[in-house]
Design a protein around this ligand. Structure first.
Ligand code: NAI
Length: 251
């Protein structure tokens, strides 16, 4: 049946985990989830320190120092969420890094670290949580890809490959997860104004902004609201999709 218009807390009673939530897009996802009534676990690397507790306080959530690449990341998250909240309904794999270099200088260290954080960790954590039955029936997995995973980007062989991999992973995992009543979808943001993009050299940054027909960088809330849709009951029948969040993309 159609939800009543006054239904303004679509995530009430849901437990949501957002990785990389100390700042940037992740912090805004946590904020939007809290607005929508979810109990939010904000996770980030131990080095995020104060920024993580600040986000947790802002959203009335719980902070968890967690490096998503740790071999026991799924176990630790499962234990933490089960002890405190009895399980998890929504996981957002938002933690991500760039280690840009033009192809000739794309060493194995840069390649491996980006693939590990952006692609291998979300896979390991999703499968770990599902295997333990911690991700509940009706659960949601939302991965953060990138327009760079669709169109590629100079100097980002590692990053583009990791984000394209995320799209393939979502496609492959969707039918398996649907057997357990869990959906999985991805967002592919264009250029969003965060610390990650502020670190890009000026010329490349301007070019990134121009790839959006809005001719300006998007805001973290643009991505967070799309993710909120994938988390909400409104998207019950939506799985295995990738949504670009970059205005009317020219790509
Ligand atoms: P950001 O650099 O501002 O924030 C990323 C957060 O992830 C940081 O708090 C960082 O500490 C955390 N993180 C990094 N490695 C981690 C690890 N191993 N374990 C746990 N946390 C870790 O980046 P931003 O811009 O907010 O990006 C968020 C996501 O959106 C990333 O996956 C990024 O690739 C993706 N994205 C960003 C775009 C942009 O234009 N800003 C465009 C497309 C995708």
């Amino acid at each position: 049946s159609v939800a009543p218009a006054s239904w303004d807390k679509p995530l009430a009673g849901k437990v949501a985990v957002v990785t990389g939530a100390a700042r940037g897009i992740g912090a805004t996802i946590a904020e939007v989830f809290a607005r929508d009534g979810a109990t939010v676990i904000v996770a980030d690397i131990p080095a995020a320190g104060e920024a993580l507790s600040e986000t947790a306080n802002k959203v009335g959530g719980t902070a968890l120092a967690l490096d998503v690449t740790a071999p026991d990341a799924a176990e630790r998250l499962a234990e933490f969420a089960t002890e405190r909240f009895g399980g998890i309904d929504i996981v957002v794999h938002n933690a991500g890094i760039t280690r840009d270099k033009l192809l000739a200088n794309m060493d194995e260290g840069r390649w491996n670290s980006v693939i590990n954080v952006n692609l291998a960790a979300p896979h390991r954590i999703t499968t770990g949580l599902v295997a333990k039955g911690v991700l509940k029936e009706g659960g949601r997995v939302i991965d953060v890809s990138s327009i760079a995973g669709i169109a590629g980007n100079r100097g980002q062989t590692n990053y583009g490959a990791s984000k394209a991999g995320v799209i393939g992973m979502v496609d492959a995992e969707a039918p398996l997860l649907s057997e357990k009543g869990i959906t999985i979808n991805a967002v592919a943001p264009g250029f969003i104004e965060t610390a990650m993009t502020a670190a890009i050299p000026l010329g490349t940054r301007e070019a990134g902004r121009l790839m959006s027909s809005l001719l300006q960088g998007g805001q973290t809330v643009d991505v967070a609201e799309t993710i909120a849709y994938f988390a909400s009951p409104a998207s019950n029948a939506v799985s295995g999709n990738v949504v670009r969040v970059c205005g009317q993309s020219l790509i």
